[in-house]
Design a protein around this ligand. Structure first.
Ligand code: HEC
Length: 204
């Protein structure tokens, strides 16, 4: 009878690879170490970053809307402001973007959208304004916690910026000639770039 040990070894190796792949996608996400300010960098494409930031602006809009509606004693408006960023709003999120977000980011994000569902429900149930305001205040602790922990970084930035020609209107102490800088390569997290000085005195 043949020995089966090598098979188990292969299965074991595959299982470890599979589990570490799942761990990477579900727990770690596409993170790129710590930024200068100590926050974890989440590496996204320009379009994904735009999508997350747009969602953020909706959250800000909703928070403002809930506060204003409560001040106006308008529970219908509270319901519609909060409902706009409820969990239904994130159910359409791209799978590959989801996979890039670390688990604690996803948890905080989903908890925030669920909390807005609850705020919308409280408004429908005509809960006291003070209770709804307290719920919003505790929900906004999620905003604070996540902003303290994460930064959205662009890996694609470097290639997007390369070759872009930037005109700089600063003038040297010498001849009053505007200079033109060509961005060769940019280091996104450090706000610096390598540039080439183009002599524009002849064509300006
Ligand atoms: C799960 C994490 C997370 C949660 C929860 C969260 N944010 Fe954000 N938010 C971020 C990250 C990350 C950024 C980008 C920060 C950076 O790159 O410096 C951001 C950026 C923003 C911006 C800037 C948008 C822009 O266009 O530049 C606003 C406004 C904002 N968040 C509002 C909110 C509000 C309001 C809440 C809560 C109701 C909230 N966020 C909850 C992660 C989160």
């Amino acid at each position: 009878m043949k020995k089966t040990t090598p098979h188990w070894l292969a299965i074991g190796v595959l299982a470890v690879l599979l589990l570490s792949g799942i761990y990477k996608v579900v727990v770690v996400g596409n993170t790129g170490g710590l930024a200068n300010d100590g926050r974890t960098k989440v590496m996204l494409t320009a379009a994904e970053r735009q999508a997350v930031l747009a969602e953020m602006r909706h959250l800000l809009l909703a928070s403002q809307g809930v506060i204003e509606a409560l001040a106006n004693d308008d529970k219908v408006a509270v319901n519609s402001a909060a409902g706009a960023v409820g969990s239904a709003a994130v159910s359409t999120m791209d799978f590959s973007l989801r996979a890039k977000l670390p688990l604690s980011f996803k948890k905080l994000g989903f908890a925030t959208h669920q909390a807005f569902d609850e705020i919308a429900d409280m408004a429908t149930a005509d809960a006291p304004a003070k209770l709804i305001l307290l719920k919003l205040a505790s929900t906004m602790k999620n905003c604070i916690a996540c902003h303290e922990s994460y930064q959205l970084s662009l890996r694609a930035m470097e290639s997007e910026q390369r070759g872009r020609v930037v005109r700089d209107s600063r003038r040297w102490s010498g001849p009053p000639t505007p200079i033109t800088l060509k961005v060769l390569c940019q280091v996104p997290a450090r706000h610096c770039c390598f540039v080439q000085l183009i002599d524009s005195s002849s064509n300006s």
